[in-house]
Design a protein around this ligand. Structure first.
Ligand SMILES: C[S@@+](CC[C@H](N)C(=O)[O-])C[C@H]1O[C@@H](n2cnc3c(N)ncnc32)[C@H](O)[C@@H]1O
Length: 260
């Protein structure tokens, strides 16, 4: 791979991170706690599944922190997988899988039958209650005994609504300021990707397969999506995890750890 290509993939990887951070300013803090838990439970050379990996940000932080780790990056999105493949080119610690997590046969595409850790962030809220319940059941089968699952996502603790509202207001002010300083949101990011010749083909495929993210997402039909942290903890226990608890939270997001 040429130096130019490497720096272009790095530029897209960084641009994805900045866009995601605009929504979640403490994203790196979540990743740190997530990887603390992976290291604490699985040691310095874990085999990790990065579920709905996007451009592979979590795997990137994992390999910087634990160079002896191995990771399988799984996603459905052709554009984000193209960036991830470019970013990790020539790194034989990384394997890629293109799969749809709502397909009951998705685990059959994995290169390994067992993992020490499964990590995921800002992704499973795409799934409705029943597909997510099934996914949690499948994950219990993918992890080895004693392995750990970590899900950082939009989850709420409704026991302290005034604290949540105050933090959400502060976040909204910060977002507004960052926008004024040129922060790029979801729609703008996809627009830029569709215009870059490096990503144009993959992005056309993405739009055909999954829709155009520049268009409004919802048709108004109410979704059946679990939003409470407690639902995730309880459902993970029902799925066969011996322990599950929150290990980090912000006003709107939580990180839940579950031990097989
Ligand atoms: C907001 S991104 C987060 C990506 C990455 N985890 C991060 O933190 O940067 C959500 C990801 O979930 C993936 N995703 C959504 N639905 C999926 C599905 N059914 N199967 C596989 N991946 C899916 C999307 O393609 C996208 O990469």
């Amino acid at each position: 791979m040429t130096v130019t290509a490497t720096s272009e993939w790095q530029r897209w990887q960084t641009s994805w991170d900045r866009q995601q951070e605009w929504y979640m300013p403490d994203r790196e803090e979540r990743f740190r706690v997530m990887l603390d838990t992976v290291e604490a439970v699985a040691g310095p050379t874990p085999r990790v599944l990065d579920l709905a990996c996007g451009t592979g940000s979590i795997s990137d932080r994992l390999l910087r922190r634990l160079p002896g780790a191995r990771t399988t990056c799984l996603d459905i999105d052709p554009t984000l997988l193209t960036i991830a493949r470019g970013h990790f080119a020539d790194d034989d610690r990384v394997t890629f899988v293109e799969a749809d997590l709502t397909d009951p046969a998705w685990t059959g595409r994995l290169p390994h039958t067992s993992y020490d850790a499964v990590v995921t962030a800002t992704a499973l809220h795409w799934l409705d209650t029943e597909p997510l319940r099934r996914l949690y059941g499948a994950l219990a089968g993918v992890l080895r005994e004693g392995g750990v699952f970590l899900n950082a996502d939009h989850m709420r603790d409704e026991s302290a609504p005034r604290i949540n509202a105050a933090l959400a207001s502060l976040n909204a002010v910060r977002q507004e300021q960052a926008r004024g300083q040129g922060a790029v949101d979801w729609a703008d990011w996809w627009d830029a990707a569709s215009r870059d010749p490096l990503l144009a083909d993959a992005t056309a495929e993405r739009f055909a397969l999954l829709g155009d993210p520049r268009q409004p997402k919802s048709d108004g039909t109410p979704r059946d999506r679990p939003t409470l942290t407690g639902w995730h903890i309880e459902t993970l226990r029902e799925a066969g995890f011996g322990e599950a608890r929150q290990v980090w939270c912000s006003a709107s997001d939580a990180l839940v750890a579950a031990l097989r």
